[in-house]
Design a protein around this ligand. Sequence first.
Ligand SMILES: Nc1ncnc2c1ncn2[C@@H]1O[C@H](COP(=O)(O)OP(=O)(O)OP(=O)(O)O)[C@@H](O)[C@H]1O
Ligand SMILES: [Mg+2]
Length: 425
Amino acid sequence: MKAKILVVDDEPINVRLITEILTADYEIIEASGGKEAIEKMISEKPDIVLLDIMMPEINGYEVCKKIKQNELTRFTPVVMVTALSESEDKVLAIEAGADDFLTKPINFIELITRVKSLLRGKHFYDQLIESRERIAQQNEALQKARDELEVRVRERTAELTKANEALECSNEFSKTANIKLKKADEIKTQFLSVVSHELRTPLTPIKAQLQMILAGYFGELTEKQKKSLDMIMRNTLRQDRLVGDILDISKLEAGEMKFMMTRSNLNEVIVNAVETMIPLANPKNVILTLKQDIIPEILLDKDRITQVIVNLINNALKFTDSGGTIDVELSGAKDCAIIKVKDTGIGIKKEDQERLFRPFVQVDSSYGRKYEGSGLGLAISKGIITFHGGKIWIESEEGKGSTFQFTIPYIYENKDEKVKVNLFE
Ligand SMILES: Nc1ncnc2c1ncn2[C@@H]1O[C@H](COP(=O)(O)OP(=O)(O)OP(=O)(O)O)[C@@H](O)[C@H]1O
Ligand SMILES: [Mg+2]
């Protein structure tokens, strides 16, 4: 596109002269007076103005001032064209804001050179303006993006704060719930041990008195009296056992059961346990046998391991009918001793086997059930064996019999801290 030049002169001849020179390379717009010039500045937006000074109505200085005062036109270069070459005129022209001047008669080479140089300047200036606008636009877009980001960050922060608060709240809640649960557990355990202790205390003098009466210490007894007292004694012992078992369970759960770990001869422990059971097996017509490898001494609590073996034999006896057998076996494996108690009793269904080691669980727990007991024996046994670092488990087939087995590692890992046995798992 050609650059536009506005030529302002009241003399048509001057206008024509300039036009002839420039028209090949530029688009020429003409104005014959100041007023028209100012109008065309706005409507035509020329790139450069050649402005005559001496004009009727408004002179060139005034026109120039107006151009330079208007926001829309003030950056358009103005070249004053004057017949006068007095320096005073040049001062006036500069004061009016002119960018350059030419003296009449116009030297055409000079004219072309000036126009070219001013247009170059104008071109740079336009580019500058354009890039400034672009930068301004970019800045605006940037600012907008930044504002949006800030809003988003603020929203997200608020959300996070809220979530954090909720989390803290629920943490606090579960902490409190945990503390309460622990407390309730402690209270339960303490209740159990206090109550069972209190229940047990009176049983000791009752047993002692009964023994004295039964021994005839307070006089001869009739057969009927003896029978009745025997029954009282049996039930007292039963109650004593039950209370003792509840005490054991609560201690195991709280990690408070005291174990007396000593280097012991497990062979002896088993022989003794089996021997105490023979008087119970014989009247039931159940054959109790013992087979054993010789085992090195093991660190264990003799009384507690005896309690486990007696428990298992007791169960076997309870659930095995007359004519059956109970085989106890001790064998030495690579890193532990294995004790088996195998019976030919009623057996246990697969689905019942796992849960029997939990407290108070019995296969038959109906009110009028056939077998005595409270379902604590296996749970206590499991607690004791777990403390020793061993395992206890069952293999059984309903109607054919059961085999209970447990292990005791040869090397006992000393547990300094309290070992709690979770019996309800
Ligand atoms: N040898 C076994 N044969 C068949 N069932 C058994 C045998 N041993 C245990 N059980 C089943 O497992 C249940 C739990 O045994 P556990 O020794 O824990 O309790 P219990 O013998 O019923 O009562 P407690 O031992 O407290 O006097 C028994 O009630 C019985 O149903
Ligand atoms: Mg039992």
